[in-house]
Design a protein around this ligand. Structure first.
Ligand code: NAG
Length: 266
């Protein structure tokens, strides 16, 4: 047990947490202004929260995973992206994060792409055990500049969004086999149905392809985004494909963990 803090300390901590949640919740998250330049998503909003994690130990940058910008300085990614071949956890210095990328190539100059190094990788409790809490929150070395192609997606900090249910639509944005940024439409599958095809952990949910390419052909760790009124919310992070079922880590269960990390850093 941690020794109890004085009342003032506790109040400050609670206020800090609440103020942060207020600040994020009332900011204009999940509502990027730009529209997508390329099919099949013409007219759709650009997934401006889409981030790319590169392994830069080769001096060039190998694209390893997608991520979702949830704040100007934080990107949510799958935990499994940060292990080496022998199962070792790799250091922050091995990675670079790109945002505003339309091409997956790190060195390709693009109108509004920005790169940052990784200051810290946070893992939730229980991470590393068979990836049953397959999330990692990256703190970037400094905040990215927000513009119409770089914009955070919303997190349901206050828990006032309806939970996902069977048949709900969402989408993932990521680099498909063609190497350019695409949307992959998805439909949520209830756990009972999904358990017939896959082993679904407590912290996961399933979605199937609604149309278009199989999600198995997309980058690992893409976000499952759902539009609610006029904002996009991050609901899941892609774990893997198992027999045509896409498994996602359920972000809802990790909201407090993320809020504490972000508020403690401010
Ligand atoms: C995600 O987790 C929350 C609790 O943290 C739960 O209420 C919700 O039903 C879960 N979502 C899905 C799609 O399983």
């Amino acid at each position: 047990m941690v020794a109890a803090k004085g009342v003032r300390g506790l109040t400050a901590a609670v206020c800090c947490f609440v103020c942060l949640v207020e600040a994020i919740a009332t900011s204009d998250c999940g509502r990027p202004q730009g529209t997508s330049p390329s099919p099949p998503s013409s007219g759709d909003v650009i997934p401006a929260w889409h981030a790319v994690v590169y392994d830069t130990t080769d001096g060039v940058g190998k694209h390893i995973c997608a991520g979702a910008l949830i704040d100007a300085q934080y990107v949510l990614v799958a935990e499994h992206c940060f292990y080496g071949p022998s199962g070792n956890l790799r250091p922050e210095a091995d990675f670079t994060v790109g945002v505003g990328k339309v091409s997956r190539v790190l060195g390709k100059e693009e109108i509004s792409s920005q790169t940052r190094t990784v200051k810290h990788i946070h893992f939730p409790q229980g991470a590393g055990v068979a990836h049953s809490n397959d999330l990692a929150l990256l703190r970037l070395n400094e905040a990215v500049f927000l513009n119409d192609r770089v914009w955070p997606i919303c997190i349901d900090w206050k828990g006032d969004q309806l939970p996902l249910k069977n048949g709900d639509k969402g989408s993932m944005a990521g680099f498909g086999s063609g190497g350019s940024l695409e949307y992959f439409p998805l439909r949520l599958v209830g756990k009972d149905l999904c358990k017939k095809n896959a082993i679904v952990k407590e912290s996961q949910f399933c979605a199937e392809n609604d149309a278009g390419p199989a999600a198995g052909e997309i980058d690992s760790s893409c976000g499952f985004a759902q539009k609610s009124q006029d904002r996009w919310f991050l609901k899941g992070v892609y774990y893997k494909n198992s027999k045509n079922t896409n498994l996602f880590s359920n972000v809802t269960g990790y909201v407090d963990w993320m809020a504490h990390i972000i508020s403690n850093a401010h």
